[in-house]
Design a protein around this ligand. Structure first.
Ligand SMILES: [Zn+2]
Length: 142
């Protein structure tokens, strides 16, 4: 499927690429200790990344537990979803649904992700919606 959520390893790789110039400059400055410095630099970046992710996810889990549970249920990571360009270029729809939404609720126009030939429940108004024959129709109200 097109426009899937960006993989976590790609976002982390972009972070390393952004920090690479600093690593190169400091490696040149401390050239006598280049290898240990590069290892320490890479490890520090990784630990910083994991610490920031832990704090972000903990804050979301503490202050918005229902939202956190819903995000976990759909495979959404609050930290990676909070990152913007140039680390994460995903659209809002991809961040929420995991891929680009393909339908709107006929009642409240909430964006939805439905597979052809299935029914789904609107996350906003709770009405049941069917997506059959390229048409989105209201099946029942909440
Ligand atoms: Zn709706």
């Amino acid at each position: 499927m097109v426009n899937q959520r960006t993989a976590h390893w790609k976002i982390l790789s972009r972070f390393y690429l952004l920090c690479l110039p600093f690593g190169i400059v400091f490696t040149v400055i401390f050239s006598a200790f280049a290898l240990p410095f590069l290892l320490a630099f890479g490890t520090t970046l990784f630990l910083y990344w994991q610490f920031t992710r832990f704090v972000t996810n903990s804050v979301v889990k503490h202050y918005m537990p229902e939202t956190y549970d819903q995000m976990q249920k759909v495979g959404c990571d609050p930290f990676y979803n909070s990152l913007g360009a140039p680390l994460n270029f995903d659209s809002d729809g991809v961040r929420i649904f995991g891929s680009e939404p393909n339908a709107n609720c006929p009642l409240c126009f909430q964006l939805m992700l439905l597979e052809e030939g299935t029914t789904g429940v609107c996350g906003n108004c709770g009405s049941t919606v069917s997506f059959i024959g390229k048409r989105v129709e209201l099946v029942s109200l909440m």
